[in-house]
Design a protein around this ligand. Structure first.
Ligand SMILES: [Zn+2]
Length: 167
């Protein structure tokens, strides 16, 4: 299936996503669509809203600092704890094509979520996984790395992205 990844200047990307309440065939389809798009676009993490699906669904498939594969599908994820220590990460995002943005992130987070079967789960994450989680969960709330820029820099990025869309 041909999927397009939404840019942050599209209105869909600026709205909060709805919680998933039915763990049914439709959800399974949405997850499959998300995973297919990750393969097609070779992305390590995507939120469903980046495909225009306004639901709290996120998929992550990364190799971490210890060369371990970290693969998760998170439904209704919420960050319930942040480390006090933060660091700046240079982040890229398919919804911000051509941009690399220095973004402050907690170096570890604790996330509560439901798995695709609706079971409640908890995840203690550090390193890259913590960064990918914070980045991708931001999209569920209409945020992106651009949200952390000064108003002037943000305006510059948005202007450039709007021009890209018109092409
Ligand atoms: Zn992103």
């Amino acid at each position: 299936m041909d999927t397009m990844i939404f840019s942050i200047v599209q209105p869909e990307m600026q709205q909060p996503c709805l919680p998933v309440t039915q763990f049914d065939e439709q959800l399974a389809q949405d997850i499959a669509t998300l995973q297919e798009a990750m393969q097609t676009h070779q992305e390590s993490a995507l939120a469903a809203i980046q495909l225009g699906i306004p639901k709290q669904i996120v998929a992550i498939d990364i190799t971490d600092e210890q060369a371990r594969r970290q693969q998760f599908v998170l439904i209704n994820p919420v960050i319930v704890g942040y480390s006090e220590k933060t660091a700046i990460f240079r982040e890229q995002c398919p919804s911000l094509p051509g941009e690399t943005i220095e973004t402050p992130r907690a170096v570890a987070v604790n996330v509560e979520y439901q798995d695709p079967q609706g079971r409640h789960q908890q995840l203690d994450a550090g390193g890259y996984l913590a960064v990918f989680l914070q980045h991708t969960l931001d999209h569920l709330h209409g945020r992106s790395p651009a949200s952390y820029l000064s108003p002037l820099k943000k305006q510059r990025v948005l202007t450039r992205l709007k021009k890209q869309i018109k092409k």
